[in-house]
Design a protein around this ligand. Structure first.
Ligand code: URA
Length: 291
């Protein structure tokens, strides 16, 4: 029989481990063996529940956890689960997002629509919707991937160390948050700062596309590979695409889109700042009509 102090210390260490791994929300009282469930048939599509509180209240009691697979059974890869915290399956959610994003006639409307968009599971683990910051009339719009812990806490994009570096990079070419607009492809923090899944990106993409249309910038700057790949469709890595201007279709005209390195990458690899500096000079040139 372990002594109670040791048992308590073990429990705290176990909770700390999960918190560090990004588990910041208990979805159920029962543990689920998702590996064991991998071969189970897909559940029938659920009808779309409306308000979240009602949806949670309506969840039936959990079945007993499935028995573990035999020790030598092959492990199925983990799957993103769109369980009880999300209202819709990913494809349904992406279609829903497209329909809702089209309805927004202003940034304020778009933000309100996003705030009520229950289909993306990330909104249930995030503290805040991180919609955008800066000047929506600006000629240039910067786009990152997804908020981190600081942005989640404050509710604005690029507030932490990456944001401070981005501010310095902008200042170096005479920009700041009064002359630029900043947003992310995904407006909710993925738990534990994991990468957003392709399904999460797909269901947020219609909103960021509409956000770009409403800001209507001359120049879009994609910070890092995920933003660049999402908006241009390229599969190339950022070290290949950085410094390149793409064309981005807006209603009735083409905007220019510049790919560059993400400030978080530059914090890890400071030597690469010289490449980012080249890109930012190209951006200044484009704003000055020189490139
Ligand atoms: N990284 C991003 O991509 N976006 C933020 O808002 C912060 C860090």
């Amino acid at each position: 029989m372990p002594n109670p102090a040791d048992a308590q210390a073990d429990l705290i260490a176990y909770l700390d481990f999960h918190t560090e791994a990004g588990v910041d929300l208990a979805l159920d009282e029962q543990p689920h063996d998702r590996f064991g469930e991998a071969d189970a048939p897909e559940p029938a599509p659920r009808p779309r529940p409306a308000p979240r509180r009602a949806a949670l209240a309506a969840v039936p009691p959990s079945p007993a956890p499935p028995s573990p697979p035999p020790q030598d059974a092959p492990r199925a890869p983990p799957r993103a689960t769109y369980g009880r915290s999300a209202a819709a399956e990913p494809e349904e959610a992406a279609g829903d997002a497209r329909a809702r994003a089209r309805d927004a006639a202003s940034l304020e409307e778009l933000e309100a629509i996003l705030a009520g968009f229950d289909s993306c599971p990330l909104r249930f683990t995030a503290k805040n919707l991180v919609f955008g910051d800066g000047n929506p009339q600006a000629r240039v719009m910067f786009l990152g991937e997804a908020p981190g812990a600081d942005e989640d806490r404050i509710g604005k994009p690029f507030m932490g160390r990456s944001g401070q570096l981005l501010d310095k990079m902008m200042a170096a070419i005479g920009l700041d948050r009064s002359s630029a607009y900043i947003a992310n492809v995904v407006p909710w923090r993925p738990p534990g700062n994991r990468n957003p899944t392709p399904q999460e990106v797909a269901m947020c993409k219609p909103f960021v596309e509409r956000q770009i249309e409403l800001v209507d910038p001359e120049l879009i700057v994609c910070l890092g590979a995920p933003a660049t790949q999402t908006l241009t469709g390229t599969k190339d890595g950022i070290l290949k695409t950085r410094g390149r201007f793409f064309s981005y279709a807006l209603p009735g005209r083409e905007a220019r889109l510049l790919a560059t390195l993400h400030p978080a990458f530059l914090l890890r690899q400071p030597l690469q700042k010289r490449l980012a500096w080249r890109d930012f000079r190209a951006l200044r040139g484009a704003l000055d009509g020189k490139a």
